[in-house]
Design a protein around this ligand. Structure first.
Ligand SMILES: [Zn+2]
Length: 504
């Protein structure tokens, strides 16, 4: 299984190199220096991530997304599971270079209109490579086979470095059930009764124009209009009460904390909203589907009841909870996994206690501090899994040492040990070893440097890279500082080697 995956990874990487990571037709190659000597160039078509070269974009920094969306879920069976979405995205950004053109990522939607600072751009066919285009314009390249989805906008006047701009994109289309590079459902996943919206790693571009990489975090606000009776739940807190008019209800949410695009949600379903607050005053809003089976409803209720205690435990273990609110979305549908969408994880069919601990821990490890490159995902999944182990031990179950030993019981010749977890490849992001070897790495690190340095390092990591991103090398540097040790051989053996570690 693993070796087969690795062969496919090689094929994909070779394919992406072969097509030229930034050679989007008419898009993001550097424009020549203008005759008047100015240096306006096109922003890059990608954020520079080796796994997803076209995810994110260069040349600007998004500060805020305001997403005004109207969604019609599919008609009852036997109609196809296809919904209808129309949106207006208002994107406030600041240019980080003198910008001639810049890109947004948008997949499966059609663009109806674009303005920059109030000035309309006209729709043109994608120009030939390197060709000039007259005036303010936009064009949209969508190549599903190559997994390239790029909306290029040419603003006029051009945007100077440091200048802010408001970009408004009106768009829409049929929503389907998009899949990631592994073939798993993600993005705006249309369901019979609504939508489960889970964007990791670069699926948010299926429902709004976005710089879809975690290195460009931003704040969000949402107005989501759905047929009356449906509930739309996004990140953060309600901005005000929903408004119902003429058979439609608009739900308003505001997420004022810095947020990576893959952690955005706007799930729609037959949810019951439950409002609570922790002892320390953190609002908790859960959205629980009315249609869970009675067993799944009972299991989920028991797990959600523990969220406040879990938050207190992780705050005591690490640092204070990083965002303005929390809560869970438990949907009766399934994408086959849960996702730690910021402040409000999404669960498929049931929220089990260990999964709730895992997705909650991601609010610190993954959300407040995100992986700078997708290859660093073990920093998300290793920590979330290790936090599960700590919660299990604290609640009277197996100790973290026992969970560690269970991983180390996997024989050395098992394929489990053949994944380099600090570079698992785009098809290995969610391989079990990223989770379990990742957690075992953290336990071995703890044994190696001692409890005091281990927890001091965790706090330093969370404080130093809060609202930002870090790499495996950054993480190692934090632990070298707190422990006073050179940890090259430790990290080489645990996260950079294709074999079972021999010792802590
Ligand atoms: Zn996880």
């Amino acid at each position: 299984m693993l070796s087969a995956r690795n062969r496919v990874i090689g094929g994909l990487a070779a394919f992406l190199v072969g097509m030229g990571a930034f050679a989007v037709p008419g898009g993001a190659t550097a424009a020549p220096v203008a005759p008047d000597g100015t240096s306006f160039t096109a922003g890059a078509a990608g954020a520079g991530d080796a796994y997803f070269p076209f995810a994110g974009n260069g040349g600007y920094d998004v500060r805020h997304y305001d997403l005004d969306i109207t969604y019609t879920p599919p008609a009852p069976a036997p109609a196809p599971i296809v919904g209808q979405l129309t949106g207006v995205a208002t994107i406030d950004l600041v240019a980080t270079q003198d910008l001639d053109r810049f890109n947004l990522d948008l997949r499966g939607m059609e663009v109806q209109a674009v303005t920059v600072n109030g000035k309309s751009a006209s729709s043109v066919t994608p120009p030939a490579f390197g060709a000039e285009v007259e005036g303010a314009a936009y064009w949209h390249v969508q190549d599903d086979a190559a997994r390239v989805w790029e909306l290029t906008i040419q603003p006029r006047p051009k945007i100077m470095k440091g200048q802010s701009a408001r970009v408004v994109v009106a768009y829409g289309g049929e929503t389907i059930r998009p899949t990631d590079v592994e073939g798993a459902l993600y993005g705006w996943v249309t369901q019979r009764d609504g939508a489960m919206v889970v964007g990791e790693p670069e699926g948010s571009m299926t429902w709004y124009p976005v710089s879809d990489h975690q290195t460009d975090k931003a704040t969000y606000s949402f107005q989501i209009t759905v047929p009356d009776g449906k509930v739309a739940v996004a990140n953060g807190l309600p901005a005000h009460d929903p408004v119902t008019d003429n058979g439609w209800t608009t739900w308003y949410w505001n997420a004022p904390d810095q947020q990576a695009s893959y952690l955005t949600t706007a799930s729609v379903g037959d949810y019951e909203l439950r409002y609570g607050v922790t002892d320390s005053g953190l609002p908790i809003i859960d959205a629980v589907d009315d249609n869970l089976t009675s067993t799944n409803a009972a299991t989920s209720d028991a797990s959600l009841d523990q969220q406040a205690d879990m938050i207190a435990f992780f705050e005591e273990t690490f640092v204070p909870y990083p965002f303005n609110s929390y809560g869970s979305i438990v949907d009766d549908d399934s994408v086959g996994y849960a996702l730690e969408t910021q402040t409000r994880p999404v669960y498929s069919r049931v929220a089990r206690e260990s999964t709730v601990a895992h997705e909650l821990a991601h609010q610190w490890f993954g959300n407040a501090v995100s992986p700078a490159r997708w290859q660093d995902i073990w920093l998300n999944e290793g920590w979330a899994t290790y936090a599960e182990w700590l919660w299990t031990e604290d609640s009277g179950g197996d100790s973290a040492q026992m969970s560690f030993e269970a991983v180390m019981d996997i024989p050395a010749d098992d394929a489990f040990w053949s994944l380099v977890i600090a570079d698992p490849g785009p098809l290995g992001l969610f391989h079990g070893a990223v989770y379990d070897r990742g957690a075992a790495t953290l336990h071995a690190l703890r044994v190696n440097v001692g409890d005091e340095a281990f927890y001091a390092g965790a706090r330093q990591w969370l404080e130093l890279y809060n609202d930002s991103t870090g790499t495996t090398e950054d993480f190692q540097a934090v632990y070298e500082e707190v422990s006073g040790q050179n940890l090259d051989s430790f990290f080489d053996m645990w996260v950079r080697t294709r074999s079972k570690p021999t010792s802590g």
